[in-house]
Design a protein around this ligand. Structure first.
Ligand SMILES: [Zn+2]
Length: 540
C-alpha cells in the first residue's frame, strides 16, 4: 500500500446487523469507527470470544457512534487486548456507555457461568468471560467527550466532526477528513461520513438526523433498507398506544410491556405520562422494573436539554405515578400489586431480565395483556408468544398463556428505506462511492437498488465480513489479498443449527406438556431415543 492509500476494513455489520467495527488504515495510523459485540446467531456470537483480526495495540484511536452494545460492546475487549488510544464520543454516549458496558459485563458473567456448567457436564474446557468490570472501567477512562458540530483531531492528519443521527440519546454520524498527502496540513483531504445508526424522520425525544454534504465516500447503514413503513408522527403513535392501554384496562389485570431498557423505555415513559397529563388516559401507576432502564433514565434526565421535549421529560420522570423498582425484593413485590397497573421491564424480546418474572405471574391470567413494542427475533420468547403459543417454558417451568398478546409496531429507532434514501440525498454530492453496511443481504440489496435507480452514476458497494476496500478518489477497489473472513459469508446473519436445536427442544417440551398421560409421553420419548440410537449406529 503506498503511503497515500486509505484502506477500509469491515470487521462487523457487513451484510449483517451486529458487531459494527470499521477499521481505517491511513498514512497517519489506524483508527476504528465503533467496536461492537456480535449479537446474532451463535455462529456469529462466537466471534466475540476469538481474537480481533488485527492487533488492537496498533489502533491509535476510536470514534464511537453511539452506546448500543452492537456498536460499543467489544471496546473493553479492545482495551484488554492492548488498545491505549482515545475513544471519542458525544457526552451523552459516554454517560450511557457508563451504564450499558457494566451491564454487558454483568450479563456475560452470568452467561459464562451457565455455559461452563454445561461444559463441565461434557468435560469440555471452561471459557472465560470476554471481559470483566475492570476492563470496562479502563475503557470508560479512555472516553473523550466531543460535542456535535465541532471538529476535533483524531490523529495528526485526521480530524472528525459528529452530527446528530436521531437514533437514540447521544447517537451520532461521524464525518472524517483524512489528509492523503501523508503530511500534516496537506490540501484536498479525503472526506468520509459514517452514518452510524440513523433515526427515522419523526422520532420521539430527538430531532431528525443531520449530516455533512459533499463527500468522497458515505458508509451507510441499511437495517430497514427494504422496508417502507406507513408514515407516522408523535400524535398518531401516542394515540395508538393509548388505544392499546385502554383496551388492556381491567381491575384484575395488568399491562406488561417488554422493552429495551435504553431509549424505548424512556419513549414509553414519555408517551404514557403525557397521555395521562392530557387526560387521554386515566391515572395509572407505571412501574419501571429494570435496573438498567432506571440508570439509563437518570442519564436521560441529566441530558434532558438535548431532547426535543427536555423540560416536559424531566417532569414526567418526577411524576408520582412513575415508580422505579430497585432491589430484587421490590421487583418481586410487584407481583402482589392490586388493581390495574403497567409494568415496563427488560428485555425487549423477553429473553432475559425481570420481564420473565412478571410474565410467569401474568401469562396465565386472562385479564392481563402483554404488549410488544419492538422487533421480536426468530426463536425468542417474545416471538413465540406473538406467534400464538398456548404454553411456554420460562426457567424450565411450563406456563399456560391466557393473557392477551398484542404488538404495537410504531416505535422505531431506525429510518426505513425511503428515509435512508433521504438521508443519502442530504449527503450529496457523493463523489467516489456509497458503501452499505449494517443490514441483512435482502435489506441491503433493496436499498442498493433504490439508490441506483435514483443516482445511476453513484457506485454502490456492500462488501462482506472482513473484506477491505481501497478508498481512492476515483472509486473503491476491493482488496484481493485479504485474509479469509473469520466465518463463511453464507453463515452470517443466518439462523444456524443452534436455532433449530432450540426449537426442537421447545417443541419436545410442548408435546410432553400436551400429551394425554405418562404412557403416551413414554411412547414419544422411546421413539426419539430409537431415532437417536439409529443415527449413532449409522455414524459410528
Ligand atoms: Zn443502534
Amino acid at each position: 500500500m503506498s503511503p497515500a492509500h486509505i484502506r477500509l476494513h469491515l470487521h462487523g455489520a457487513a451484510r449483517a446487523v451486529t458487531g459494527s467495527c470499521f477499521r481505517l488504515v491511513t498514512p497517519h495510523g489506524a483508527l476504528l469507527v465503533d467496536c461492537g459485540l456480535f449479537q446474532g446467531p451463535k455462529t456469529e456470537k462466537e466471534l466475540n470470544y476469538r481474537p480481533f483480526p488485527f492487533d488492537p495495540a496498533q489502533i491509535r484511536a476510536v470514534v464511537l457512534t453511539h452506546a448500543h452494545i452492537d456498536h460499543s460492546g467489544l471496546l473493553p475487549k479492545l482495551v484488554r487486548d492492548g488498545f491505549r488510544g482515545r475513544i471519542h464520543a458525544t457526552p451523552a454516549t459516554i454517560d450511557l456507555a457508563g451504564v450499558m458496558l457494566p451491564d454487558s459485563a454483568y450479563i456475560q458473567a452470568i452467561e459464562v457461568t451457565q455455559l461452563n456448567r454445561r461444559k463441565a457436564r461434557w468435560h469440555d474446557e471452561p471459557v472465560e468471560p470476554i471481559y470483566d468490570g475492570g476492563d470496562v472501567d479502563r475503557t470508560l477512562a479512555l472516553m473523550t467527550a466531543q460535542p456535535t458540530g465541532g471538529w476535533f483531531p483524531v490523529l495528526p492528519g485526521v480530524r472528525a466532526r459528529l452530527w446528530n443521527a436521531g437514533h437514540m440519546l447521544g447517537s451520532a454520524s461521524v464525518e472524517l477528513e483524512i489528509d492523503r498527502t501523508g503530511e500534516p496540513g496537506g490540501a484536498d483531504p479525503l472526506r468520509l461520513c459514517f452514518s452510524g445508526d440513523v433515526g427515522p424522520s419523526a422520532k420521539l425525544l430527538h430531532p431528525p438526523p443531520e449530516g455533512p454534504e459533499g463527500l468522497d465516500y458515505v458508509i451507510c447503514e441499511s437495517t430497514y433498507g427494504g422496508t417502507d413503513r406507513p408514515a407516522t408522527d408523535d400524535d398518531a403513535r401516542r394515540a395508538a398506544l393509548v388505544a392499546e392501554v385502554r383496551a388492556a384496562i381491567h381491575p384484575e389485570g395488568a399491562l406488561l410491556i417488554p422493552s429495551f431498557a435504553v431509549e424505548r423505555a424512556q419513549e414509553l415513559i414519555a408517551d404514557l405520562m403525557r397521555a395521562m397529563d392530557e387526560g387521554a388516559l386515566p391515572r395509572i401507576p407505571v412501574h419501571v422494573d429494570s435496573p438498567l432502564a432506571t440508570r439509563a433514565s437518570e442519564v436521560y434526565h441529566r441530558h434532558a436539554r438535548a431532547l426535543s421535549m427536555g423540560r416536559d421529560f424531566r417532569e414526567y420522570l418526577a411524576s408520582h405515578r412513575l415508580h422505579f423498582t430497585q432491589s430484587a425484593e421490590q421487583s418481586a413485590a410487584l407481583d402482589r400489586v392490586q388493581g390495574f397497573h403497567i409494568v415496563i421491564a427488560a428485555s425487549g424480546m423477553c429473553e432475559a431480565g425481570r420481564i420473565r418474572h412478571r410474565l410467569r405471574r401474568w401469562l396465565p391470567v386472562p385479564q392481563a395483556t402483554v404488549l410488544m413494542t419492538g422487533f421480536q427475533a426468530q426463536g425468542t420468547l417474545g416471538r413465540i408468544l406473538l406467534d400464538g403459543a398456548t404454553s411456554v417454558r420460562i426457567q424450565g417451568e411450563a406456563h399456560a398463556v391466557r393473557a392477551r398478546i398484542r404488538a404495537l409496531d410504531l416505535y422505531s429507532g431506525h429510518a426505513d428505506g425511503p428515509e435512508l434514501l433521504e438521508w443519502i440525498a442530504g449527503r450529496q454530492p457523493i463523489r467516489a462511492g456509497l458503501i452499505l453496511t449494517h443490514g441483512e443481504p435482502e435489506a441491503m440489496d433493496a436499498l442498493a437498488l433504490a439508490v441506483r435507480a435514483r443516482w445511476p452514476e453513484l457506485a454502490v458497494d456492500g462488501p462482506g465480513l472482513d473484506c477491505a476496500l481501497d478508498l481512492t478518489p476515483q472509486g473503491a477497489q476491493l482488496v484481493g489479498d485479504c485474509p479469509p473472513p473469520r466465518i463463511a459469508p453464507d453463515a452470517v446473519a443466518r439462523l444456524d443449527w443452534h436455532n433449530d436445536a432450540a426449537k426442537l427442544i421447545l417443541d419436545l417440551h410442548e408435546a410432553l406438556d400436551q400429551a394425554a398421560d405418562d404412557r403416551s409421553r413414554g411412547v414419544l420419548l422411546r421413539g426419539l431415543d430409537r431415532a437417536l440410537k439409529d443415527w449413532r449406529e449409522r455414524h459410528a
